[in-house]
Structure formats: structure tokens, C-alpha cells
Design a protein around this ligand. Structure first.
Ligand code: AMP
Ligand code: GLY
Length: 420
């Protein structure tokens, strides 16, 4: 079959890598893609936020299956457009993607179905929000309701910080995303990510991972989109995962269906785990990046069969064949990221690296120029390895990192520390 993946990051490179290995794949196109993706698939120049343009492209290229990687096209209704045109699609409708695009919406769903999460309140004006924060005290969490490129959450350890965050959001620092603000109880514990495929009715756990959101070693420095990840997450034991399915995931999926907006795609549950119990931090309507890279490294070719079963509503007879393995990915980022960074520096040494079932360098922000690979983004490469143990996967990943010659980049040296 002919498959189109929308996106340009390491997540989409890993999806393409896994899907390419499946014998059902004939033609594989990624739009817009990047220099690493171009080594295994066709890359197409296409406005992936324009549903009509995506539909036309699919018709012109006889596409049988569309896989939507990032949240922006989901929020823009691209899955609605492709489904309305009769195209088999992996990814939720814009209405179902509200689970990612509105924090207050997710909190309402949790309340409606009894899913455990932090106590919360919503505000559309600064004065009552300030009063609430002052009454509750710090630590407390202030969130812009809408999509804010991962920056709309302030975990305030002092009252002054919380009040400043409230003022900042209502002053418009996140634009429309901050027109409504959610204020939450601070939860302590250990975070983990749980990925579930759902066709709107049946829910199939796909795997667990942990990422590292802070820029520097020891979980210090500013927040980023993720500096590394590993799978599985040991903190998400089978017992906790079962409870999350029973108390959070299945009730959410049932509530979405009851409201006439069934959720179809991957549901990414961000969890806070303490004393053997999990509460929901947030949902995302897509795979995590870089968590997807470690999941795909472990799933390989079967990923396509699972995504197809999800899109076709056949999850009730789908199974995930897990190997007792571990995968770990280290993000190489441009120096300065997540602040200002330079673009255009050359990366050397990639050609000499092994690319096999245990080693893969996924590209997140690269382009080809005169036969060379140059950095074009903040997060640039995802150096990924698989092993029988987490320690083995980590040793393999860092051995690859050592062989990459990129003076313009940096990485954390402690990815996986919590799992080890
Ligand atoms: P979110 O985008 O909602 O996942 O928030 C981003 C990050 O902020 C999470 O990964 C947590 O590290 C932190 N966070 C969000 N909500 C809370 C909370 N209620 N208590 C503690 N930390 C939180
Ligand atoms: N790595 C976190 C995310 O994809 O949202």
C-alpha cells in the first residue's frame, strides 16, 4: 500500500523507519520530512496544516493510508478532511484532539468520568485567578488552556511566581492559548508516559516510556520538548498500568464516544505516579517526541499493522508482540537550545554509523545541502539504541554519540538515570 506520513521530526523519522520495514508498504512518502527521512522515503513539499491540500495530494499519489504525526495538523482538522474524503487515517478528529488542545476540556472529561487527576479550577480573568492562587498557596501549577508549544505550564514553587504567571498569561504572553487559564494542585511523584491505541471503542496499551524534559544533567536547566527517552518505564508496573487503563483511559475513551466525538488514534497519557498510584497530568493526541523513537525501535515493522488496525476499527483482535528488550534515545540539540541557537552548522560522521535493528540515528531537525547534513532545528538528532537491558541500550546509544562530529551540538550525559 501507499502511505503518507505528515511531519518533519524524529518522531516521523522513526514512524517511517518502522513502517518501511513492513512488507505491506509499497510507496512511502513523508511530508515535509527531513534529510534523514529522505534516506528511506520520498519527501514531499506540502502544507500539512491544509486539509484540502493534503486530500488533493493523496488523490494525486494514490495514497491508501495517512498517518498524522504532530498535533498542529490534528488541531487544524486535517484528520477530519482526509476521513471525509474517504481516506484511511491514523489520528483523531479536531474535536477529539481537544484532549490535547484544551487543558480545561481534559479536566472536564476527567471530572465527568471520575479519572484521578489534580484538583483544579478554570479562569477567564486575572483577579479571581489571583485570589484563588493566594487562597491555595504555593506550590501550585498555572497552565494556559490552549496549545503553547509546550511552554504554557508554570510549576510555581512560590506564591510570587504563581501570581506572576497568572498576570503573564492574562497579559497575552501565550496569545489566544492563555485566554483561559487552568490552575491546578501541585502533584509530586515520578512522571511516566503511557501510549494507548484506541479506535474509539477498544483500547490497546502500546507501551510505556519516560522522557527528560530539562535541558541539563541531573534534571536541571530550562524545560525543553524532551532531551532523551527510554522504554519501558520501570515505574509503570503492570499493576499500575492496569489501573490506569481501568480508571483513566477506558473511562476517557467511553466519555468521548458518549459525547459523539470518539477518539481514534494514539492517546498519550502523561502520568504522575506516587505511592503506587497514578494520576493524570495531561493527554496528548499524538505520539511523544522523542518517546515515539524508542517505541518504534522496539516495535519495528508490526507498528504498521497496529496503526492500521487502529484506523480500521479492528483493535479488538490486535496484539502487540513485545520482546523483553529496552530502547533508549539521546537527543543531540543545537548549543543554546531551548533558547536562541544557530542554524546551518555541518554534522559529520553519520555515514559511518551502523543502522540496524539495534542502532538508529533518527533525524529531528536536519537538511541536506551539497551532499552534507546540516542542522536546521533546536533538537537535531535522536541517537537511538536497543539492548537486552536498559544499561546495554544506553551504552550503545552513547557509543554512537561519541562517533558523531558536531561541534555545534550538545546532549545530556545521564539519559536513563532514573530507570537505572
Ligand atoms: P503538561 O503539559 O500539562 O504535561 O505539563 C508539563 C509539565 O509540567 C509536566 O510534564 C509536569 O512535569 C509539570 N506539571 C504539570 N502539571 C503538574 C501538576 N499538577 N503537578 C506537578 N507538576 C505538573
Ligand atoms: N516529549 C514530550 C512530548 O512529546 O510532548
Amino acid at each position: 500500500m501507499n502511505i503518507l506520513i505528515l511531519g518533519a521530526g524524529g518522531r516521523e523519522h522513526s514512524l517511517a523507519w518502522a513502517i518501511k520495514q513492513n512488507p505491506r508498504t509499497d510507496r512511502l512518502i513523508v511530508a515535509p520530512g527531513n534529510a534523514g527521512i529522505a534516506q528511506l522515503a520520498e519527501c514531499a513539499d506540502l502544507d500539512i496544516l491544509d486539509g484540502a491540500a493534503v486530500v488533493t495530494f493523496c488523490e494525486e499519489n494514490a495514497i491508501d493510508f495517512v498517518v498524522i504525526g504532530p498535533e498542529a495538523p490534528l488541531a487544524a482538522g486535517v484528520a477530519d478532511a482526509t476521513r471525509a474524503a474517504g481516506l484511511l487515517t491514523f489520528g483523531p478528529s479536531a474535536a477529539a484532539a481537544r484532549l490535547e488542545t484544551s487543558k480545561a476540556f481534559t479536566k472536564d472529561i476527567c471530572d465527568a468520568c471520575g479519572a484521578p487527576t489534580a484538583a483544579w479550577a478554570r479562569f477567564t480573568e486575572a483577579a479571581p485567578a489571583r485570589d484563588y492562587v493566594t487562597a491555595k498557596g504555593a506550590p501550585i501549577v498555572v497552565k494556559a488552556d490552549g496549545l503553547a508549544a509546550g511552554k504554557g505550564v508554570v510549576v510555581a514553587m512560590t506564591l510570587a511566581e504563581a501570581l506572576a504567571a497568572v498576570d503573564d498569561m492574562f497579559a497575552g504572553s501565550f496569545g489566544q492559548a492563555g485566554a483561559e487559564v487552568v490552575i491546578e494542585e501541585f502533584m509530586s511523584g515520578e512522571e511516566a508516559s503511557f501510549f494507548i491505541l484506541t479506535d474509539g471503542t477498544t483500547c490497546l496499551p502500546l507501551g510505556t516510556a519516560q522522557d527528560h524534559k530539562r535541558a541539563f544533567d541531573g534534571d536541571s536547566g530550562p524545560n525543553t520538548g524532551g532531551m532523551g527517552a527510554y522504554s519501558p518505564a520501570p515505574v509503570l508496573t503492570e499493576a499500575i498500568a492496569d489501573e490506569v487503563m481501568a480508571r483513566i483511559v477506558r473511562p476517557t475513551v467511553a466519555e468521548m464516544a458518549r459525547r459523539g466525538t470518539p477518539y481514534q488514534g494514539v492517546l498519550y497519557a502523561g502520568l504522575m505516579i506516587a505511592d503506587g498510584r497514578a494520576r493524570l497530568l495531561e493527554y496528548n493526541a499524538r505520539f511523544g517526541d522523542p518517546e515515539c523513537q524508542v517505541l518504534m525501535m522496539r516495535l519495528g515493522a508490526q507498528a504498521l499493522d497496529l496503526l492500521l488496525a487502529c484506523a480500521e476499527g479492528r483493535l479488538d483482535d490486535a496484539r502487540v508482540a513485545w520482546a523483553p528488550d529496552h530502547a533508549l534515545t539521546v537527543v543531540l540539540a543545537a548549543r543554546g537550545y531551548p533558547g536562541a541557537f544557530a542554524k546551518g552548522s555541518q554534522i559529520r560522521g553519520l555515514d559511518a554509523l551502523p543502522e540496524d535493528s539495534r542502532h538508529m540515528v533518527f533525524h529531528a531537525g536536519t537538511a541536506g545541502r551539497d551532499g552534507q547534513i546540516i542542522a536546521t532545528g533546536g533538537r537535531v538528532l535522536n541517537v537511538t539504541a536497543r539492548g537486552a537491558t536498559l544499561a546495554e541500550a544506553r551504552a550503545r546509544a552513547y557509543a554512537l554519540v561519541e562517533r558523531i562530529d558536531w561541534p555545534g551540538g550538545y546532549c545530556r550525559r545521564d539519559i536513563g538515570w532514573r530507570g537505572l
